[in-house]
Design a protein around this ligand. Structure first.
Ligand SMILES: Nc1ncnc2c1ncn2[C@@H]1O[C@H](COP(=O)(O)O)[C@@H](O)[C@H]1OP(=O)(O)O
Ligand SMILES: [Mg+2]
Ligand SMILES: [Mg+2]
Ligand SMILES: [Mg+2]
Length: 335
């Protein structure tokens, strides 16, 4: 595995932290005209665009001209002055400047419109993963990962609302070749890059038998089949209630041991998962000692451009009973 330079880690953490803080501020303050429905019928808000702009600008400032494959496109902002205004003020807040114009916004969001070449090196970004959760006032994530030659080599997950055991909210999880580390979202020292003194190594949970396991899945029954997941849990002897949580916060939950299993079961034969919905999360889980495959047990294959074309669904576990979970998934889904 290639080693990631400290400057790269610092830039990525700073980018995600800035976007997390700006979007957290915007959540609950959305007004009419701040949200639109994209051509695929999914929602997007001023905060999604702002987060993409903030992350892309921060990476460009610190790392130069890097390729970013982001979810959002500036095409959706053209001729929408009210939306552009809202994005510009959020970006200004996120990067700490006063003058951000509509042109700056279009340019910054457009920095995230790179292609995903099969053998290339690029970042992939979901500026707000779980937009439905974000709009509902619930969980969402900012997910940034580095892909080299079709493999994920580094990932950062910002989870602005994730509840922590000490009663606080918000976490930043980083997966690198050296393991997985969690930082508080609000840096006590006031910095916004990596502050190693505050990071703490995280690991998947130690549940060794399925009766002690808890599984997590999407809040949205349209994104993951909740009838089949309950049948799988029953078959495995899991008695705990499912932990339903939006976004890649599910990967964060498995990586730090809040849950032992994440099930994402296809609801439609024609839905193909996107790389930005899984790259950072799956890498953080693996770096924390877990195992991630699709429902058939194949590794997630990031070598097909923007889509996980070779995979269906996701199964992530703490690694202790992955095969057993896959057997139950196969039996219930009739694979
Ligand atoms: N039909 C669908 N099936 C699976 N995932 C979907 C579907 N539609 C949107 N998504 C994506 O599912 C994720 C939502 O998270 P979850 O369901 O795990 O809470 C997001 O990545 C969302 O993209 P987005 O980034 O636009 O929110
Ligand atoms: Mg979306
Ligand atoms: Mg997403
Ligand atoms: Mg998104």
């Amino acid at each position: 595995m290639s080693s990631i330079s400290p400057a790269t880690v610092d830039a990525a953490v700073r980018a995600v932290r800035r976007a997390a803080i700006a979007t957290r501020w915007a959540q609950g303050r959305l007004v009419s005209g701040n949200t639109l429905t994209k051509s695929d019928d999914s929602p997007v808000t001023v905060a999604d665009f702002a987060a993409q702009a903030i992350v892309c600008n921060t990476l460009a400032e610190e790392l130069g001209d890097v390729a970013v494959v982001g979810e959002e496109t500036p095409d959706d902002l053209v001729d929408r002055p009210d939306l552009l205004d809202g994005v510009a003020s959020l970006v200004a807040m996120g990067v700490g400047t006063s003058n951000v114009t509509a042109t700056d916004v279009i340019e910054a969001v457009g920095r995230g419109a790179s292609d995903a070449p099969r053998d290339g090196t690029y970042w992939t970004l979901d500026p707000i993963d779980g937009t439905k959760g974000f709009v509902r006032g619930d969980q969402y994530a900012i997910a940034l990962a580095l892909i080299e030659g079709g493999r994920v080599v580094f990932g950062v997950l910002g989870c602005p609302n994730l509840p922590n055991p000490d009663g606080t909210r918000g976490a930043l999880l980083v997966g690198s070749g050296e393991g997985a580390v969690m930082y508080p979202l609000d840096d006590a020292a006031g910095g916004d890059g990596v502050s190693a003194s505050e990071g703490r190594p995280i690991r998947v949970d130690a549940a060794a038998v399925l009766s002690e396991a808890r599984f997590c899945e999407s809040v949205e029954s349209g994104h993951s089949d909740q009838t089949h997941s309950v049948a799988i849990a029953q078959r495995l002897g899991i008695t705990a209630e499912p932990y339903r949580i939006d976004s890649q916060c599910k990967y964060a939950a498995v990586a730090r041991g809040d849950a032992s299993i994440y099930l994402r079961l296809p609801t439609r034969a024609d839905y193909v998962e996107k790389i930005w919905d899984h790259a950072a999360g799956k890498f953080v889980v693996e770096c924390a000692g877990g195992v991630v495959t699709d429902v058939a047990g194949a590794p997630l294959d990031f070598s097909h451009g923007k889509l996980l074309q070779a995979n269906r669904g996701v199964v992530a576990t703490n690694g202790r009973f992955h095969e057993q979970v896959l057997d139950a998934v196969g039996a219930v889904l009739d694979l």
